[in-house]
Design a protein around this ligand. Structure first.
Ligand code: F6P
Length: 372
């Protein structure tokens, strides 16, 4: 009997998802003569058994298209909002897996999807994940698809911001996606020649950033580009969070509206910190400052050639593994090739930028300031 494969896309979308669906689908159908069915909107669609038949005709023409033809959601199988309640829907998901006579479920996603796939694996389902995210922060793989496209978009934005910052003698703080890992900001900062790069892995000192900008102005460049990751935190903000957390613990029993966890405290400082940094830099440097938040532009639109290639390599490698009966793995890239890694070895881990990473070394050698 030919094998039957299910496929879904989960978490935030990422350029290259359609290329990966096509890679898996075409290899499964055309090369291995197996069956494939799509589930809509991530794990929610699998729970609700909302399927999308995949065939040669709807797998054609999607290689170059952004987003995902299957739709996506951030719903988690074990904690899904259903009828106004958060319910564990793992059993419903397993039932639909079996009702569709699946031999394997392919989940295209990032860190959250890996954790969800592990839950399904622990229930005895055959799962394979492919690493996607513009953040490039999935552990156990050299690369994730989506990153290369977003890198190009963020780099082009920095290029464009340079000319206007230069003309107006301004500081422009450009906020780039990445809550936990600074790969995108660091990569685009280097490729776009940002003067300051602020990433979550290196807490920054506002004074040090201001010093670097003032030094540039003294040297005849009264404009600067500050590339700041969403998750970058100043040393000052981190100290405030630590104090708020301690304060929250003390006040928890008194029912006061104080933050009780790192996350809640960080939330209070997250919202406007790009703006706060720009305002502070104006005061410290005497230069005018502006803020640009790139946001979801970084995730939209056609995938780059690099991401189309990567997604196709991962998708077809996934079909090879299904044909061999190798399940419970993420298809990772290693060197020039692909390799399966056990889901439990990578789920729950985040690949952050090591302080001694060569990209940081290169950036420092061309004079980039990290605010440390
Ligand atoms: O996909 C990862 C990511 O792009 C993060 O960098 C970003 O913080 C997050 O998604 C935002 O996603 P959403 O607005 O879809 O929740």
């Amino acid at each position: 009997m030919n094998k039957s494969v299910g496929i879904l896309t989960a978490g935030g979308d990422s350029p290259g998802l359609n290329a990966a669906i096509r890679g898996v689908g075409k290899a499964v159908l055309g090369y291995y003569d197996m069956n494939i069915v799509g589930f809509r909107d991530g794990f929610r669609g699998l729970m609700e058994n909302r399927t999308m038949p995949l065939d040669r005709s709807n797998l054609s023409g999607i290689l170059t298209i952004g987003g995902t033809i299957l739709g996506t959601s951030r719903d988690k199988p074990h904690k899904m909002p259903v009828g106004g309640k958060m319910l564990n829907m793992l059993d419903a998901i397993a039932d639909n897996y079996h009702a569709n006579h699946l031999d394997c479920l392919v989940c295209l996603g990032g860190g959250g999807t890996l954790k969800n796939a592990l839950r399904l694996k622990q229930m005895g389902l055959n799962v394979i994940t492919l690493p996607k995210t513009i953040d490039n922060d999935v552990a156990g793989t050299d690369s994730t698809f989506g990153f290369d496209t977003a890198l190009g978009i963020a780099t082009e934005a920095i290029d464009r911001l340079h000319s206007t910052a230069h003309s107006h003698h301004r500081i422009i703080v450009v906020e780039i996606m990445g809550h936990s890992a600074g790969w995108l900001t660091l990569g685009a900062g280097i490729a776009g020649g940002a003067d300051v790069v602020l990433i979550p892995e290196i807490p920054y000192d506002v004074e040090s950033v201001a010093d670097a900008i003032r030094a540039r102005a003294r040297g005849g460049s009264p404009f600067s580009i500050v590339a700041m990751a969403e998750g970058a935190m100043s040393k000052q903000d981190l100290a405030t969070i630590a104090a708020a957390k301690a304060n929250g613990k003390k006040s928890a029993n008194r029912g006061q509206d104080k933050p009780k966890t790192d996350d809640e405290a960080a939330e209070l400082l997250y919202a406007d910190r790009t703006l706060r940094l720009a305002k502070r830099l104006e005061v410290l440097t005497g230069l005018e400052a502006r803020v640009t938040i790139l946001g979801h532009v970084q995730r939209g639109g056609a995938p780059s050639a690099g991401d189309r290639l990567l997604a196709t390599r991962l998708g077809t490698a996934c079909a090879d593994l299904i044909a061999k009966g190798t399940y419970g793995v993420m298809v990772a890239t290693k060197g020039g090739g692909t390799t399966p890694v056990k889901i439990e070895d990578v789920a729950g881990k985040v690949k952050t930028v090591p302080h001694n990473h060569s990209w940081i070394g290169s950036a420092r050698r061309v004079g980039t300031n990290f605010g440390d």
